[in-house]
Design a protein around this ligand. Structure first.
Ligand code: ATP
Ligand code: MG
Ligand code: MG
Length: 580
């Protein structure tokens, strides 16, 4: 395939490699502070990136951008990408999410193993290191225990236009802060009664540098460390340390963290000066997050959709989670292609959902098996074809891949066609079936419509036609009769019955979480429409099987509910853009 398009991150990495910025970095093969790292063997990874999800939900399409970026850069520059579970928020995290996240990263085609190392880590494995570093900061006068309430801390932090005010506890003796910190760790103080803060500058124009909180008290069990801790590190404190402990070189995050970068550098610089971390230190670089039209990607909102039953689960085919997209029929290659086309930039934008669908079409069109399906069936009777007789018709498995071979299926007297392919009174430019008109039955004969049968309500229940015997596709003279329309069909006696789920967008508003309105108000009440369809004989709906149903779009056999005996099929995408 083509070489990856350049972007600002590639430029930075190439510069860093050219300058030998991370050359000679020693790393023990397991994360740790300076003392542990120095015992290590020379590290041959030229760069280390990481994908650091919090295990508080399933991954969504926005995460795919970060995964493709981080794993892709590591692959392209002879490095490795760590999968790190950023599990510092005990109340929201669960093992189920840990498993689902790892499965999804692997499904997308990426691997955190590298030269015998299993680079899958948990922030909670570093809780003891973080704590020791905190004591070192207190001892150096760079952190203190503040006994103001959370509200007082917030109120005294100031605003963009107003400087913050020093806490009355800011200049307390080191020994006192140390004693309080140890009591905090020992669980002797209630939630919210005190916090450990970095001692930086309450007058800084950057609010993130106004003595940010490092540890808060939380008497809550953790999914991995149980009751061992009653203090948990704040994200801004834990994250740079996690990066440094793992020897990350390029720490890539979304733009909202740009204002955190000065603290990132401050904290790592302090710990390196104190001999706790080795240089060279990781650097943070920011890129624009993915915002997709018609989609919400906040995990909190996705969780709400699941908990309140607006969808069937995290992997509901309408969900923008990667598990949902997978069940919907999206392939890993289509998602990687989408992310590649997005590129990487430093300015926020909203991407049109049709780009994601187009990537799926571009991935599947050259390789998907073709089959015929009739979603809204109407009976077509070929009145001059003998009852009980049948003959085989042939069609390519994929017209773009002649080597893929052919498929065959029977033609007979009674067929299913799409209801929309017949009109008693044709509108202008309608070239399909209407009384007196001829059309080609794709891969079969040309037929001439002779009329229809209606029920008591006047609804058409059967269409009648006569076939022209010398016009079978693939036989000499098949083209002698010219027609303007071609329609698809399946033989009624041989077709496979299937439940087909026709999904539409989950939200009817292109900006479901914009404005002041509750995002649930934007839910599309008609996002799933189920039909009883007929499939080409021989179609085996093994879970996960995909097809292009001719004229209709891309479809997948549902991986949870489909069996060859009782097919359940999801429409992944139509053939043409329907999002404009
Ligand atoms: P949410 O706000 O929905 O909870 P998050 O960013 O907190 O999302 P994390 O699990 O912390 O979720 O995300 C892991 C990584 O994925 C982070 O590095 C984050 O920058 C990245 N990421 C999350 N959402 C997007 C997005 N929409 N586009 C690009 N990267 C994203
Ligand atoms: Mg996060
Ligand atoms: Mg979050």
């Amino acid at each position: 395939s083509n070489p990856p398009a350049s972007n600002f991150l590639r430029t930075i990495i190439e510069r860093d490699l050219a300058e030998g910025r991370y050359a000679g970095r020693l790393w023990a093969g397991r994360p740790g502070p300076a003392s542990v790292q120095e015992q290590g063997a020379p590290d041959a990874a030229r760069i280390r990136t990481r994908f650091p999800p919090e295990p508080n939900g399933y991954l969504h399409i926005g995460h795919a951008k970060s995964i493709c970026l981080n794993f892709g850069l590591a692959r392209d520059y002879g490095g490795t990408c760590h999968l790190r579970f950023d599990d510092t928020n005990p109340e929201k995290e669960e093992d189920e999410y840990v498993r689902a996240i790892a499965d999804t990263v692997a499904w997308l085609g990426f691997d955190w193993h590298w030269q015998g190392q299993d680079n899958r880590y948990f922030a909670s494995d570093y809780f003891e290191y973080l704590y020791q570093f905190a004591e070192a900061l207190v001892q150096a006068g760079d952190a203190y225990v503040d006994e103001q309430s959370a509200e007082e801390i917030r109120a005294n932090r100031g605003t963009l236009t107003e400087k913050g005010r020093n806490s009355p506890w800011r200049d307390r003796p080191v020994a006192e802060s140390l004693a309080r910190l140890r009591e905090m760790r020992a669980g002797q103080h209630p939630d919210g009664s005190m916090a450990l803060r970095a001692r930086i500058d309450m007058a800084s124009p950057n609010i993130n540098l106004r003595d940010p909180v490092l540890y808060r008290i939380r008497h809550a069990p953790h999914h991995r460390t149980g009751d061992a801790w009653s203090i948990y590190p704040m994200y801004a404190w834990a994250h740079p340390v996690e990066d440094a402990l793992e020897g990350i070189t390029h720490s890539i995050c979304t733009l909202e963290f740009e204002d955190q970068r000065p603290f990132y550098d401050w904290i790592l610089g302090k710990l390196a000066d104190l001999g706790q971390l080795r240089r060279p230190l990781p650097h943070q670089h920011e890129f624009a997050r993915l915002n997709l039209s018609y989609v919400v990607t906040s995990k909190r909102k996705l969780l709400q959709l699941v908990r309140e039953g607006h969808v069937q689960g995290w992997d509901d085919p309408r969900m923008p989670t990667l598990a949902g997209l997978r069940r919907r029929g999206y392939t890993p290659a289509s998602i990687r292609l989408f992310c590649e086309r997005l590129g990487v930039s430093k300015s926020d934008s909203r991407i049109d959902y049709s780009l994601l669908e187009q990537a799926l079409r571009d991935d599947l069109d050259p390789r998907a098996k073709r089959a015929v399906a009739v979603l809204d069936p109407l009976k077509l009777v070929i009145t001059n074809y003998p009852e009980g007789a049948s003959e085989l018709c042939h069609a390519p498995l994929n017209p773009h891949a002649p080597d893929a071979g052919t498929r065959e299926f029977p033609f007979s007297r009674e067929l299913w066609i799409e209801r929309d392919d017949f009109r008693e009174e044709p509108p202008k430019k309608y070239f399909r079936l209407f009384p007196g008109n001829t059309v080609r039955l794709k891969y079969g004969y040309i037929v001439k419509c002779t009329g229809c049968v209606k029920d008591e309500q006047g609804r058409v229940v059967e269409v009648h036609a006569e076939y022209l015997p010398d016009t079978k596709s693939g036989t000499p003279g098949a083209d002698a009769v010219k027609v303007k329309g071609t329609i698809t069909w399946v033989s009624a006696a041989h077709a496979v019955a299937a439940e087909v789920r026709l999904y539409d967008r989950l939200f009817s508003d292109p900006h479901p979480d914009g404005g002041d309105r509750d995002f649930l108000q934007a839910l599309n009440p008609d996002s799933c429409h189920t039909v009883q369809a007929w499939l080409e004989p021989g179609t085996r709906a093994e879970p996960g099987a995909t097809w292009q149903f001719e004229r209709l779009g891309y479809f997948v056999a549902d991986r949870e509910e489909s069996t060859p005996e009782k097919p359940v099929i999801n429409r992944t995408a139509t053939l043409r853009d329907s999002w404009a």
